[in-house]
Write a protein that binds this ligand. Structure first.
Ligand code: PHE
Length: 360
């Protein structure tokens, strides 16, 4: 016959074993040994049938209580061991995503993306924010607000792609330049304004240096005091930073754009070194951008008072800058999916352009 003191001893032993179980397999073996079909506690339960009713009244509840307490202990120990197993797995399988990659990445940055990045870095350093506008523009933003007269031939010089229009509507266009972002910015924000606007532009043209889609970066500064001297200084600093030289010689040739007055094209002195250009020396001049003081009519179109506000704008071809700086003679492969070209001319995506350690 089992006395309650035996049960106490059994409970103490089993409880201690459960607490000491080091893994789930050991714990399950303990469970089977105590509560399984032939477990120590189960065998004692079987003895109840042979007991007198008085004994059974004492031992029945005692055994059931023991069974419940052991089950509770088993559950608790199981949860603890499972947690520990999970933590160990997490610790051993963790990946430090901040560590540098071991192998050189396979992809590379397209030269256009690289140059856009360089431009953003240079102009950010001068306090310019980046603005954007849609590729499909309306006539107002692309032409009218930029002081292109109605039916004026200036609109034709852009070789515009027109979208199909609904009856009676003015057709939308694929923007022919990034200048419409000037208008959007002046309409949507208050001066002082200092932005660059990189993006895709479209003109119906195709040869070694022209593709129907190409990239420009626009610049716009509007406040009360900015004058032509600032325009010149800003662009000289830009050329020096972009071509990574401190010797920049530039000339501003009078030009015509409907949206600037006066207007100029900026040329820099250069010489060819292989396919690339070296800026600052040589005896040749190369046109790199268009610029000018924002025309009063443009300022007026955007609801600002031209007697109070003024500023300058400039626009340049990103693809062309990339060809010059990195010595690519033909523009067309820029937009052909040829991975050999990209692995030759592409840039590491892991080395970000910055002014401290170098742009490229
Ligand atoms: N939008 C002009 C072009 O595409 C460039 C430009 C921009 C000129 C801003 C002057 C001022 O040719």
């Amino acid at each position: 016959m089992t006395a309650s003191s035996d049960l106490d001893a059994l409970e103490a032993r089993l409880s201690a074993d459960i607490e000491a179980a080091q893994d789930l397999a050991a714990l399950d073996a303990l469970r089977v040994g105590a509560l399984g079909k032939k477990g120590e506690v189960s065998l004692k339960m079987r003895e109840l049938g042979k007991m007198s009713p008085e004994e059974r009244q004492v031992m029945g509840p005692a055994l059931n209580g023991l069974k419940d307490r052991l089950n509770t202990l088993l559950e608790a120990r199981k949860a603890t061991l499972e947690d520990a197993a999970m933590n160990a797995a997490l610790a051993s399988e963790s990946v430090d995503v901040t560590r540098p990659v071991k192998r050189e990445a396979q992809g590379s940055l397209h030269p256009v993306a690289q140059v856009m990045e360089e431009l953003a870095v240079i102009f950010a350093d001068m306090g310019f924010a980046v603005a954007e506008g849609p590729d499909v523009e309306d006539d107002f933003h692309n032409f009218t607000a930029l002081n292109f007269p109605e039916d004026h031939p200036a609109r034709d010089t852009h070789d515009t792609f027109f979208m199909k229009a609904d009856d009676g509507e003015t057709p939308k266009v694929l923007r022919t330049h990034t200048s419409p972002v000037q208008i959007r910015t002046m309409l949507n924000s208050k001066p002082p304004i200092r932005i660059i606007a990189p993006g895709r532009v479209y003109r119906c043209d195709w040869d070694q240096t022209h593709t129907p889609m190409f990239h420009q970066v626009e610049g716009l500064v509007i406040d009360k005091e900015t004058h032509m001297g600032h325009l010149k200084g800003c662009l000289m600093d830009f050329v020096a930073a972009f071509f990574e030289t401190d010797k920049v010689e530039a000339r501003f040739r009078p030009h015509h754009f409907p949206f600037t007055e006066p207007s100029a094209e900026m040329d820099v002195r250069y010489e060819r070194v292989g396919d690339a250009v070296k800026v600052g020396s040589g005896d040749q001049w190369m046109e790199i951008l268009g610029c000018g003081m924002v025309h009063p009519n443009v300022i007026k179109s955007c609801g600002l008072d031209p007697d109070e506000y003024q500023g300058f704008a400039f626009g340049m071809g990103v693809d062309r800058l990339a060809m010059l700086k990195y010595g690519m003679p033909d523009l067309r492969p820029f937009f052909e999916p040829d991975t050999r070209w990209l692995s030759h001319y592409g840039f590491s995506p892991l080395l970000q352009a910055n002014l401290a350690t170098g742009l490229s």
